[in-house]
Ligand binder design. Sequence first.
Ligand SMILES: Cc1cc2nc3c(=O)[nH]c(=O)nc-3n(C[C@H](O)[C@H](O)[C@H](O)COP(=O)(O)OP(=O)(O)OC[C@H]3O[C@@H](n4cnc5c(N)ncnc54)[C@H](O)[C@@H]3O)c2cc1C
Length: 509
Amino acid sequence: MLIDARKLDDDSVLQGDICIVGAGAAGISIALDWLHNSTNIILLESGGFDYSPDVQALNDGQTTGQKYYPLQSSRLRQFGGTTAFWAGMCTQLDEIDFKTRDWVADSGWAFSKSELASFYARANEILNIMGEQKLHHYIDSKYASRSINSNKVWNKLWQHSNARFGRDYRQEIVKAKNITLVTHASVVNIECNSSISKVVSLETKNHSGKTHKVTSKKFILAAGAIQNARLLLASRSQAKNGIGNDFDLVGRYFMEHLEVDSSELWLSKPFDASLYTRQESRLIASAEIAIQEKIQKQYQILNGTVSLTPLNYARLVKPRIQTWRDKDPRKAMRTMLSDWSAASRIVNAKDTSPLNAYQLSTRLEQAPNRNSRIQLLNDKDSLGLAKVKLHWQLTELEKKSLRAIQMIVAEYFGEMNLGRVKLSPFLTSDSSANDFGDLSGGWHHMGTTKMNQDKTKGVVDTNCKVHGIADLYIAGSSCFPTSGSANPTLTLIALSLRLSDHLKRDLSV
Ligand SMILES: Cc1cc2nc3c(=O)[nH]c(=O)nc-3n(C[C@H](O)[C@H](O)[C@H](O)COP(=O)(O)OP(=O)(O)OC[C@H]3O[C@@H](n4cnc5c(N)ncnc54)[C@H](O)[C@@H]3O)c2cc1C
């Protein structure tokens, strides 16, 4: 069923069994998991089916620290969420990403990767990508050899998903008898009982000036890592620091993936790089050069991978942090894509001679860091909700890891007599610790409501339930304790499906 909240009577109250806030990758994946049973799901979405500047402006905020994209254009507010814009690059986290590493403070998940295996399989179906086994067969059949492999480095395989949740799942969600999708319903407050141990209702507002309430047995925030933290922090009429924030953890540990051009590889003999260059293989699958677990441990570094781009093309493309500057995500996307296609045109017209060389770019895990965080501003959005400030802060560990990963890959190419690697100036030994070159983020927002069974160390427990609140859950990458270097959407869907299974057991469905 579909309701446009702007057409509902003012002060109406909607009642469900499970109320999900946000119809993006996480929220829709959970809703799909409850299709056609007797549980009454209310799916609240801030936007409608199309882009709306007024609704998109609700994402506006400030950024400080490491240079970042405008917050307004780094997430989409409409049914389907940011998947309307995402690049669809998918790969799983590695086993090491779940482990406690004594050289990475606050690392370690409450469970190992095997806990997510069955949920990754279900997430593959939602994203319409192959399982691991099929993917390996595909790569073996298409590429003669996976040439890069040693005791230091290995091939990490990626797939490209064409999923657009707004386009692919709209009909299924709207037609489901047990699901009520409410568009133009922006949650602005979480109201709890007097002991702040249970949610009583959520308050929603929209631009027609109406306010509504939703009551439910269970509530799930699936609004993205920045908005999940914002909603908890902004619900402070009963708890002065916000809901679930007794230990000052909400909004902290914001993580992104660092994506940065780091060096040049000049080949001395022929090397088939087609598996590693996204331009050629991104439509279905590709690989990046990953660092073996024992080498990460030996060098005490974060997880990261390296991809290759033909240097004559790479030299023509501007860093994304320079082209994605507009607050309107459609314009930011257009500027970035037109920069890429201008470079392709020049290369395809053979205006630049092909070089026997590649740009090596690193995709790096960010270390959990309390001071990298979301906070509320005094300034309010058009629905009266406090805007946020993102302070994106990196540490020396990221810098050390970037340099070490490039050195390890350089050693590999040197030992194989394939060529020589020239580090970018920002990675040479006399560069400053804060110099990260032309660093761009992957638009991956993680942390901010981190998972830990200990309520003094995490906002949610291992079932993604907010500590101390009996019926409030969080879905998405805000729950990640560490980020690994893999793009987050596949894993956040797997984690959301794990939460969904937990609720089925809890509600005896
Ligand atoms: C340009 C770009 C490229 C990307 N490429 C990749 C990639 O290749 N691989 C990858 O893994 N990830 C990629 N990402 C990130 C990916 O889009 C996100 O990880 C994913 O969409 C997060 O899913 P989500 O459901 O948590 O949030 P979203 O998809 O952002 O959905 C959140 C939903 O909540 C709604 N909402 C927000 N606040 C409220 C509120 N108060 N009340 C009600 N509803 C609310 C929003 O309108 C939205 O529909 C990319 C992102 C961008 C911008």
